[in-house]
Design a protein around this ligand. Structure first.
Ligand code: IPM
Ligand code: MG
Length: 369
C-alpha cells in the first residue's frame, strides 16, 4: 500500500473501550479499500489516565495527538471520579485537549437514518429526512472564561463563571458555519441570548456583519430558549445552526435525541488547518459499560467524519456511512435504538461490529481512491 495515515486512538472511559475497537476495525477496512494503511497508537485520557498516570491529560497523550493525522476518541468520565476537584476531573482532559489543539469548530450533525424514524421520541413525520448541522464554538465562551471558581465573599461562597467571546473568536466560527451552510441547503441560524447577555449581543452583531460576504446563505437569528423549543416543535426548519460553547452543548443533545438516540451521533472538532478530533456525542454511559450493550455506530460515524475532514478520503467516509445504513436496514439494533414491536434483532456491541465489517466487505468493491 502506498499511503500510511496515523491516527491517535483514545478509548477513554465507560463504554469508550467497547465501541472503539469496532470503529477502528471498520476504519481500517474502509481505508484498506482505498489503498491506505492505518497506523494507530493508543493513548490515555480521562478517568483511566487519572488512575494510571495521575492526571486526566498526560503529556504523552498530548504529544501522541499532535504527531498524528487525526484523533479518534471514545468518551471520558464516570462516577468513580465525580468526587474529585473540578481541575482533576476526567472532563478536564477532554477540555484540555480541545483547547491545546485549538479545536475551535465543533461540527455535530443530527441526521436521521430512515430505518430509525420510529426510535425518535417525536412523530416520524416531524423527523423523517431530518438533517441538521450544529456548529458549536468549542474553545471559548463560559467553558473557558476567566475569572472562574468558587470564592468566599461576606462569609458565604460565591460561584463565578465568565461568558466571554472576542470578535475574532466569533468571526472564525461564524465563517466555518457560513461556508458549511453554503455547501448544504444555504440556511444559517445563529443562536444567542442577545436580549439579556451583552456578550451574545456582540455575537449577533459580528455574525450579522459577515452576512454580506455570503449572499448565497440566508442568515437568521434565534434566542436560545426559542431554539430549544423549535428543535422539538419543528426541527426540519433548520439547516445549519451556529452557536457558542454552552448553548451548543445543550442544543446538540436535544438535536441528537430527535434522531432516535444519542448513540447514533458523531462529531468533529476542527482546528484551522483541518486537523481534527473525532468523537461520538454520547458520553461514557457508565450504567451500561462492560455489558456489551453500547451502540458503536456513533463512533463509526465519527471515523467517517475523520476520513472526510482530516484525511480527505470521501470514499472511505461514504463506505463507513453506507455500512451503518446497511446494518440498520438489516434490522440490527442495539438496545438504545430498538423501538418496540418491529421485526428488529437486538444485538450487542460486538455483534453489531461484526455485521458492520461484513457490510463493508460485501459492499460493491468500494469507491476508487
Ligand atoms: C460534550 C460533553 C462535554 C462538553 C463534557 C464531557 C466536558 O458534554 O462533548 O458535549 O460539555 O463539552
Ligand atoms: Mg454535551
Amino acid at each position: 500500500m502506498s499511503e500510511v495515515r496515523k491516527i491517535a486512538v483514545l478509548p477513554g472511559d465507560g463504554i469508550g473501550p467497547e465501541v472503539m475497537p469496532v470503529a477502528v476495525a471498520a476504519l481500517r477496512t474502509a481505508l484498506q479499500r482505498q489503498g491506505v494503511y492505518l497506523e494507530t497508537e493508543e493513548g490515555l485520557i480521562g478517568g483511566c489516565a487519572i488512575d494510571a498516570a495521575g492526571g486526566p491529560l498526560p503529556a504523552e497523550t498530548q504529544e501522541l495527538c499532535a504527531a498524528a493525522d487525526a484523533v479518534l476518541l471514545g468518551a471520558v468520565g464516570g462516577p468513580k471520579w465525580e468526587a474529585l476537584p473540578m481541575q482533576q476531573r476526567p472532563e478536564k482532559g477532554l477540555l484540555g485537549l480541545r483547547s491545546g489543539l485549538q479545536l475551535f469548530a465543533n461540527l455535530r450533525p443530527a441526521l436521521l437514518f430512515a430505518p430509525l424514524a420510529d426510535a425518535s421520541s417525536l412523530k416520524p413525520a416531524l423527523v423523517s429526512g431530518l438533517d441538521i448541522l450544529i456548529v458549536r464554538e468549542l474553545t471559548g465562551g463560559i467553558y473557558f472564561g476567566e475569572p472562574r471558581g468558587v470564592f468566599l465573599e461576606n462569609n458565604e461562597r460565591v460561584g463565578v463563571n465568565t461568558y466571554r467571546y472576542s470578535e475574532h473568536e466569533i468571526e472564525r466560527i461564524a465563517r466555518v458555519a457560513f461556508d458549511l451552510a453554503g455547501k448544504r441547503r444555504r440556511r444559517l441560524c445563529s443562536v444567542d441570548k442577545a436580549n439579556v447577555l451583552e456578550a451574545t449581543d456582540l455575537w449577533r452583531q459580528v455574525v450579522s456583519g459577515l452576512a454580506s460576504e455570503y449572499p448565497e446563505v440566508a442568515l437568521s437569528h434565534m434566542y436560545v430558549d426559542n431554539a430549544g423549543m423549535q428543535l422539538v416543535r419543528a426541527p426540519k426548519q433548520f439547516d445549519v445552526i451556529v452557536t457558542g460553547n454552552m448553548f451548543g452543548d445543550i442544543l446538540s443533545d436535544v438535536a441528537a435525541m430527535l434522531t432516535g438516540s444519542l448513540g447514533m451521533l458523531p462529531s468533529a472538532s476542527l482546528a484551522a488547518d483541518g486537523f481534527g478530533l473525532y468523537e461520538p456525542v454520547h458520553g461514557s454511559a457508565p450504567d451500561i459499560a462492560g455489558q456489551d450493550r453500547a451502540n458503536p455506530l456513533a463512533t463509526v460515524l465519527s471515523a467517517a467524519m475523520l476520513c472526510r475532514y482530516s484525511l480527505n478520503l470521501p470514499g472511505a467516509a461514504a463506505a463507513l456511512e453506507g455500512a451503518v445504513d446497511a446494518v440498520l436496514r438489516q434490522g440490527l439494533r442495539t438496545a438504545d435504538i430498538a423501538a418496540e414491536g418491529q421485526g428488529v434483532e437486538l444485538v450487542g456491541t460486538q455483534a453489531m461490529g461484526e455485521a458492520l465489517l461484513a457490510a463493508l466487505e460485501s459492499s460493491a468493491g468500494g469507491e476508487a481512491p
